[in-house]
Design a binder for this molecule. Sequence first.
Ligand code: FES
Ligand code: FES
Length: 220
Amino acid sequence: MNRDDKKASDSSGAIGVWPRRDFLKGVGLAAGAAATTSASAATASQPAEQSSVTPTQREITLTINKQKVTQPIDNRTTLVDLLREHLAMTGTKKGCDHGTCGACTVHVNGQRVLSCLTLAATIDGADVTTIEGLAQGDELHPMQEAFLRCDGYQCGYCTPGQIMSGVACIEEGHASGSAEETREWMSGNLCRCSAYPNILAAVRQTSGAEPAGDPAEQTS
Ligand code: FES
Ligand code: FES
């Protein structure tokens, strides 16, 4: 009698009446049989699984900064991920990824949207403008010029979103009334560096609500 069989025969439990080595062998065989059964079941149900996977993929076509782009995507891909991860357009920033910071703001069909909350599949065929599409060649957009002139950024992480929101704010008619109104309509764009006075000045100078110039010089 070997050591395993002796231990087993000393025991009063179920294992005790079935030598340990045989028990383990039995368990192994049972597990193998179960695996074979579930593998067969998986093979039998394969067509059903495939059909549940295939519809999560689709191909979409967007016009991004005047260029037509056709891209296969997973249905769950957000617009910010499509831009940054699939198309390597990293000008659009991902801050919170929850719709609260505005860093990911782009224009879709002329309206500002939070690209982290926009599923790319839902805007198939749309016209998208990102920060990369504002300048005309080497000529910056007037809002970009104003941000430079007004020193409207520090680390710059929020800046693409601020600029895209600022351009939309003017087009919506919210940047030529009171400063409070402009501030309110830019409030969805957060700046952790607190460059708010200079951002506001840049937006209002671009709209013509305030004269162009360095805000630091204008207040001194
Ligand atoms: Fe979209 Fe913050 S990353 S709102
Ligand atoms: Fe740094 Fe706005 S400039 S977050």
